[in-house]
Design a protein around this ligand. Sequence first.
Ligand code: NIG
Ligand code: FE
Length: 387
Amino acid sequence: MTSLLLTNIGSLVTNDPARGEPLGELRDAALVVEGSKVAWVGRRQDAPAADGAVDLGGRAVIPGFVDSHAHLVFAGDRADEFAARMTGTPYSAGGIRTTVAATRQATDQALTANVGRLVTEMRRQGTTTVEIKSGYGLTVADEARALRIAEQFTDETTYLGAHVVPAEFADDPAGYVSVVTGPMLDAVAEHAKWIDVFVERGAFDEDQARAILTAGQRKGLVARVHANQLGEGPGVQLACAIGAAAADHCTYLSDADIDALASTGVVAGLLPAVEFSTRSPYPDARRLIDAGVTVALATDCNPGSGYSSSMPLCIALAVREMHMTPAEALWSATAGGAASLRRTDVGRLTPGARADLAVLDAASYIHLAYRPGVPLVSQTFTGGRPV
Ligand code: NIG
Ligand code: FE
């Protein structure tokens, strides 16, 4: 196995609490990669010899971003819907059906190319792990196709047949739930790790969501939930009651929702690019963090509610608009995402972890929020290789 020494790292974020909370930051550091993994981290002058070496000139190195929530398998865009929103038309879940119609029409090649394009954008911006959902097919064949495409790009595939009730089932939502829990689940189960439901007025109610998520659990999928995005509702409590990994959005929360998240350890996924793009109030990250809830930041990249692939944008918004500290925001975009996906091998740079990392054209991770909109990621490594 060949080894590579990355040296002259001005600031290295390890996310190793043994090296100091919250980020385990080391100054004037070095890191050795062996094969696809981190073999050693420490002070530059203590670094062991390696087969090759790269001098990073004092740049900062951070764990690659773990984007725990994205919808990348779709066709077309909704730029007109966005423009209308900016002059006052509110966001509604109904726009999903526009993308469903375009996605069903698209070829496999076009959908695969779209995912590839967005994953490339993400990698350029430092993302090394991304969760990818279905949810714009909403037929047995189209959902299975979306997940077969998604699994070409990630292990973190999520079955979201319960995104909205498609137009052809408008008069028979119960019939659609039977498809989602029956033949559609059978067709996708081997291609998905996770099952998700959009629990919201206009999408799925509590009873429907429980039936769908528990059917998925019986097939070995692990639950995650779109919860409390457009108003208070049962999503967070349901996620906590059934042992979901994550409740994402969390924009409208009651005190009881916060207590449930804190006591069950369900990760709250905050998706501030959505509030930015729908001009909505941001979730109250401080209230969650101060209550001891584990918070992940993710893009939710999708053509409707927020079409950004940029974790650095999410960090900047989390700091500026949600009052997270730069350290909290970086932790949530890396280790928090890993917690959301129940991964211990990513989101940290400690011996034995995957060598997934981003090199910043800056002296510290603080610049991610301090210099919003500037492409600071100069190199991304996944599994020890530059991409
Ligand atoms: O996470 N909330 C539901 N789904 C997406 C939006 C999908 C769309 O508008 O196309 C979301 O925001
Ligand atoms: Fe989403």
